[in-house]
Design a protein around this ligand. Structure first.
Ligand code: 3PY
Ligand code: MG
Length: 258
């Protein structure tokens, strides 16, 4: 049985790659974890997973020696608690636009005295092999709180967000950010303005000693983000990864790209 290790990897400066589950069943979470990813995100904002599937998915990811992360539908105290009860090593909270949002999020994710997370340790004890005391005394250290930056307002308030107690990292949603920065005209994370904004966000995160994460629509964008200093990079959804795998196999067996 392994111990939660995502925060340690980040602290050591490793670049961490994650998969992203959006289908209604978390069946593929184990396959992503087995393929060598450091983490798998269970997306309850835009994915179709329910609470039971989130629990099953997190358990499968931990069993495979990988780190489960949950993206909650919103920065909602109840959902953050339920997600952490699964043994998740991190929460990605969408649309954090102010210090107020960031503080409410961080408090929901941390046990007292740092926050007001409620006690529900059954799955954590079982999956991580911890007793109650260990859960209580260590969880605030190994749970990573990712505040999503995906609007102009969030960029304007970024300093206040990253200096909020209990915020470990920022996570850029480059699709929403591109929509915001184009005034609703386009969704294109690869456009110049959005890429520049991503670079600025990564630099500001580093300056304030918080981790920088991002969702990459393509492997090319993932490499670009890595070059900008993003340390936690989600490599698109399970469907995109499945299609990419099938394409690669077909190219191999047909002997040439089609
Ligand atoms: C975005 O790009 O807006 C995200 O939320 C990542 O899925
Ligand atoms: Mg988004």
């Amino acid at each position: 049985m392994h111990a939660p290790g995502l925060k340690k990897k980040l602290a050591e400066g490793a670049t961490v790659f994650a998969g992203w589950i959006q289908a209604e069943h978390a069946t593929n979470a184990a396959a992503l974890a087995r393929a060598g990813l450091d983490a798998v995100v269970l997306d309850l904002q835009h994915g179709a997973l329910d609470i039971a599937e989130m629990r099953r998915g997190a358990a499968a990811i931990i069993t495979e020696g990988c780190a489960p992360i949950v993206r909650t539908p919103y920065s909602d105290t109840g959902m953050i608690g339920r997600a952490l009860d699964t043994g998740a090593e991190g929460i990605i909270a969408p649309m954090i636009n102010s210090a107020h949002d960031a503080s409410a999020f961080a408090k929901a994710a941390k046990f007292p005295p740092d926050g007001q997370r409620s006690w529900g340790p059954d799955a954590i004890r079982r999956l991580w092999g911890m007793d109650n005391e260990t859960v209580l005394q260590t969880a605030n250290d190994w749970v990573v709180t990712w505040a999503m930056i995906e609007t102009q307002t969030a960029m304007d308030h970024m300093r206040a967000i990253v200096t909020t107690d209990g915020i470990d990292g920022i996570f850029v949603g480059p699709n929403d950010l591109s929509i915001a920065l184009s005034g609703g005209k386009s969704v294109n994370p690869g456009d110049h303005v959005t890429l520049q904004a991503c670079e600025t966000i990564a630099r500001r995160a580093a300056a304030h000693n918080v981790y920088a994460g991002i969702f990459a629509n393509t492997p090319e964008l993932a490499s670009t983000y890595r070059g900008m200093g993003f340390q936690f990079i989600a490599l698109s959804t399970e469907n995109a990864l499945l299609s990419a795998g099938v394409r690669a196999v077909l190219e191999q067996v047909r002997g040439e790209p089609r």
